[in-house]
Design a protein around this ligand. Sequence first.
Ligand SMILES: *[C@@H]1O[C@H](CO)[C@@H](O)[C@H](O)[C@H]1NC(C)=O
Ligand SMILES: *[C@@H]1O[C@H](CO)[C@@H](O)[C@H](O)[C@H]1NC(C)=O
Ligand SMILES: *[C@@H]1O[C@H](CO)[C@@H](O)[C@H](O)[C@H]1NC(C)=O
Length: 641
Amino acid sequence: MKFTALLSLAAAVCVVSAANTTDPCAALANEATAKAITLDTTRACYNSFKFDKEIAAKTIESLENLWTNFYPFIDSAQQHSGSPFVTPKVNLLAELKKIKEHKWKNDYEFHNALHLLVASLNDGHASYSPGCYQSVLIRQPISLYAPVIDGRQDVRVFSASSSFPGVPANDITDCVVSHIDGKPAFQTIQEFADLTSGISKDPSVRLADTLAATLWQGDWFATVGGFSARTDVPKKNSMKYTIQCPKQKVQKIDVPYYSQPRFNAGAFTDSKSYWKNLCSASPPASKKTNGDHKLRGINGDKLAPATETLLARGVEKIGGSSHGPKDGTGSAPAPAIISHATQVSSTANALFYILNNTKTKTGVIVLNSEEPSQTGYQDFINGLTALQKAGAKKIILDVTFNGGGSVDYAYFLNSLFFPTAEPYFVMDIRSNKYVQGAAKIASAHANFGSLFDARNYENEKTHKPFTDSSMFTKPVTMTRAGRKDTYSQKNYFPYGPWPKASAFPWKASDLSIVSNGWCGSACTMVVSRFNIVHKVKTYVIGGYHKRPMSYFSFPGGFVMDNTDLVSEIQALNYTAKGAPSNLPTSADARIPVGEIYASVKTNTPLEYDPKFFPAQVHLDFDAQTARHPDLVWLKIAADFK
Ligand SMILES: *[C@@H]1O[C@H](CO)[C@@H](O)[C@H](O)[C@H]1NC(C)=O
Ligand SMILES: *[C@@H]1O[C@H](CO)[C@@H](O)[C@H](O)[C@H]1NC(C)=O
Ligand SMILES: *[C@@H]1O[C@H](CO)[C@@H](O)[C@H](O)[C@H]1NC(C)=O
């Protein structure tokens, strides 16, 4: 069986040493037990695995098949992007070839190169995550943000824990950070964001993903941002900051990173068991057989990679100490983040408030995902009803750090606010010869929910499900970045039925949207529809001062991982050349499948349609609004006519 073959392959890669004193991963295990992991040890463990040609070849073949057959933006990614939404041109397959030909020092460097290649797409749905080399969360005890104070934007300290070595005992909160690691702070941070964030075509949103901010995740917390909580191993063991506090001398501090294990105690004892338990491929998880869209593979149980990364960074109490990744242990009472609003309802993924003392009574919905719990649909209706009963004449929808979720739930929200309009998004799917072959088999059998069975999609022209494979087998040719490729006919997912709701009184002009740009995937399907079609006013806060900023990111399509696609093809017994194959290690590769369009009239996918990106109003954070979202809501409420 495949699994056994992989284990023997794994054994060949391991550095096997006689004494555990010289085994780098034994040292990591020992340090984790002693709760004092050093970067040198992490680095030594990661670097101890030799580059393995066989693993590399299998990994590359697997990614090549995944991207060639299914990644809808493989051509679009090769086009120039204009300012202000700057993203590099990426020729994924050419870069993959370069990685194939490069002589890598070790296995870690090989996998990290793939990881960074996918991040360069700036598509929060796409990832290559080498689980083997993400077993430690690497932290700085200082988190940063970029407020605009007295008309000037600086990098400043959002929070600092003085109990860590290198952090001054005096309070450095809100002090200006002029330089980091010898370069202007903004430059160091943006270079890091552009290399690793991968969330958005907008540098401002990548900045937001990298810095600290307030967020609601079942409670009000702060996220420290990617710059202060990362999984890639930095070159140096500490970070140097030049800090200017008011009326004080400039301080130069050197702050060591500290590490938090993301593995369980006893997960491994040495390099051999590290490889076996954390790096070698695990057998594919068994699939659920039905999901949101009657499609096997799409169960809403796969998060967008960007969302997973956000969750993995963990949360902190504002001004308080680390909780690590959110695990329900955070029980200390939160400081009053929200004091100018009264909560009238809540669901697992949303809060409903009435703002105090606004000219017009204004409700606020904080929506942090489109993940519906068992009762999520009805709960949301109840929340809106509570706002209506409380007399809300206007509503602000705050989707800050909303990482998406179920497409059906997004459509439900569209339908709830705009019941007479179409709630869905038109999309298409790559449909080359390989996909067409799968589609023919799928529609020749009883419908078991195959991704490739056109009968599971509504025809955008007839508004009825396709009855044969023609959605795929009579494809449409699109020209992207000068390359012609075939895509399926336009379609959308069947949706509903949803719980009934009475009509709510709010019109588009009674609504406003606000985000920090970090609103991805299904979140996009709500806010971009509200704005583009219904003209709901949009606000974005943060990013770069005086520069247009996107209020959403990674609209893409729907996320699937390589394992899902392998299982979709296997279920069809489809054996044509080019089949996706399982990755030979514990790495996880995700892509959006399908590409959505702002409307049926355009052939430019929303992911690459920057005219729709900028919010109408770009606000800046200051020291207060960055910590108290209700102060932002009050500003927005004051704009309602
Ligand atoms: C070897 O590993 C064991 C188990 O982790 C540990 O108890 C022991 O102290 C280690 N030996 C040395 C010499 O580090
Ligand atoms: C807002 O209203 C709530 C409920 O009446 C009250 O507890 C709170 O103190 C008010 N906040 C402010 C800032 O007035
Ligand atoms: C694939 O093969 C399995 C095992 O022979 C069979 O049960 C299944 O029906 C086949 N599926 C299709 C779509 O042909």
